[in-house]
Design a protein around this ligand. Structure first.
Ligand SMILES: [Zn+2]
Length: 248
């Protein structure tokens, strides 16, 4: 359906096209259903609303075709190569193809922006400035954590949420802003972490030798938050978290 609006990446008013999570380069496959965590859902406990049908993962009609082509044409190839690299590492195979970490980060930032309507908050502005090479404040103020996400058939997209843990020792990063989880990745944009927490791709970009260390560790450590919601884990999403979705 044609829709005009403010592009979530460049901010111009244009006809909007669809962005998919996972993107096509990351094994986006076939038909799926997903659930949006709407304010009604949040107010009514377990009553889930808005079950949506989608081809090819979770889709958001939020970005103009120029930004869509830029994301798909310039950066997704490296994100796809990163994914293959990680899958090879998990399976003990020697990775065949390298990737440009800067492009991987641009792809992640672009898709995180595309996962909601145009957002004028400070983090979203820093993300856009970084994406368009205006400045690198994003790297100074925030962390982009990446961890292993082992669940092949579920996708989480979460925005503005507070994860909670009961009864077990499971540290969590602070100030989570935006994240998506699809095999084999959990990408989490959050406030700058004081303690080393998982692998911060923004720091890895500055110290590329960390990347090897990070990939060696891949698959051994992975978060149980907030992808698992069980007796020990839960999360609270604010009304601002209305773009959060879950698929399994
Ligand atoms: Zn645009």
């Amino acid at each position: 359906m044609p829709k005009t609006g403010k592009c979530a990446i460049c901010g111009q008013r244009k006809q909007l096209s669809y962005d998919h999570i996972p993107p096509k380069c990351c094994g986006n496959n076939g038909e799926s259903y997903y659930i949006s965590f709407t304010p009604e859902y949040l107010g009514n406990g377990l009553r889930m609303t808005k079950r949506k049908h989608s081809q090819n993962g979770i889709k958001f009609q939020t970005i103009c075709s120029e930004c869509n082509n830029g994301l798909g044409g310039k950066y997704d190839e490296d994100l796809g190569a990163f994914r293959q690299f990680v899958i090879d590492a998990i399976n003990g195979r020697k990775p065949e193809k390298g990737f440009d970490l800067n492009n991987v980060i641009k792809a992640v930032v672009g898709h995180l922006l595309a996962a909601s309507e145009f957002d004028s908050s400070l983090p979203a502005r820093a993300m856009r400035d970084y994406y368009f090479d205006k400045n690198e404040k994003l790297l100074d103020k925030y962390s982009l954590l990446v961890c292993f996400y082992p669940y092949q058939n579920s996708i989480f997209i979460l925005k503005n949420y507070v994860p909670m843990v009961f009864g077990i020792n499971d540290p969590m990063p602070e100030g989570m802003l935006s994240s998506f989880y699809f095999f084999p990745f959990a990408f989490i944009l959050c406030d700058k972490q004081k303690l080393p927490f998982g692998n911060d791709l923004f720091e890895t970009l500055r110290i590329p030798s960390q990347l090897k260390f990070m990939l060696n560790d891949w698959g051994r450590k992975f978060p149980t938050w907030p992808a698992i919601v069980d007796n020990n884990h839960a999360f609270i999403a604010s009304a601002a978290g209305k773009d959060s979705v879950f698929k399994n």
